[in-house]
Design a binder for this molecule. Structure first.
Ligand SMILES: CC(C)(COP(=O)(O)OP(=O)(O)OC[C@H]1O[C@@H](n2cnc3c(N)ncnc32)[C@H](O)[C@@H]1OP(=O)(O)O)[C@@H](O)C(=O)NCCC(=O)NCCS
Length: 174
């Protein structure tokens, strides 16, 4: 049975292992520009300052998948889609399902759990994410959760790392 719970600093080693394993397996399959590892210090700081929320899918004590969300968009990628600045917006920074647990819809489960958390704060209206344009599984899951593709990130967030913008207006704000 999978349980969704908030992650803390204690989970960051598992989170780093999962990120590194995605990075390594992408490297082996010619997808080195699909995923950028977010450093442990940045995640730790975000959790300490309440600027980051990480939800994990736990099977017994094992972290099988996680989603990390930050408030606002520090890099201004979503600027043109936001009427009123960053305060109404949350950004899906990382989402990973461990290899042995893929194919059971855990990305969608985590997106739904995150949205339920976000809806508790009526100030928040928009959710966004970015993904590599060829990441068909991720794109399919975001679309199925109501995110729309709003073009490309221009310029690439990092040179040679193309990304599409995914954006959702929460239903209570339509
Ligand atoms: C993208 C990702 C989060 C989707 O995970 P997920 O929720 O398990 O995805 P789904 O349940 O939609 O399954 C996707 C596909 O995984 C495949 N799959 C099934 N079992 C699998 C397994 N044991 N191992 C690998 N892939 C498997 C299936 O082909 C399935 O496609 P199908 O529905 O056509 O059969 C996951 O692939 C991942 O962590 N990727 C690396 C990190 C990443 O790209 N994150 C997104 C960046 S925005």
């Amino acid at each position: 049975m999978i349980k969704i719970e908030s992650c803390s600093i204690d989970n960051l080693d598992s989170i780093m292992d999962m990120q590194n394993s995605v990075f390594e397996s992408n490297k082996k399959t010619g997808k080195e520009n699909w995923f950028i590892v977010t450093g442990k210090e940045l995640l730790e700081e975000g959790l300490k300052n309440n600027e980051l929320l990480i939800l994990g899918a736990f099977c017994k004590d094992e972290l099988t998948a996680f989603i990390a969300m930050s408030f606002g968009d520090s890099r201004n990628m979503f600027k043109e889609l936001l009427n009123n600045g960053d305060k109404e917006f949350v950004y899906v920074k990382i989402i990973i399902v461990k290899e042995g647990y893929r194919g059971q819809g855990l990305q969608r489960t985590l997106l739904q759990a995150l949205e339920n958390e976000v809806l508790k704060n009526p100030q928040l209206k928009y959710m966004g994410a970015i993904t590599h344009p060829d990441n068909i599984y991720s794109l399919r899951n975001f679309k199925a959760e109501g995110y729309e593709i709003k073009g490309k990130v221009i310029p690439d967030p990092k040179p040679g790392y193309p990304r599409v913008l995914l954006f959702k207006t929460l239903h209570n704000h339509n």
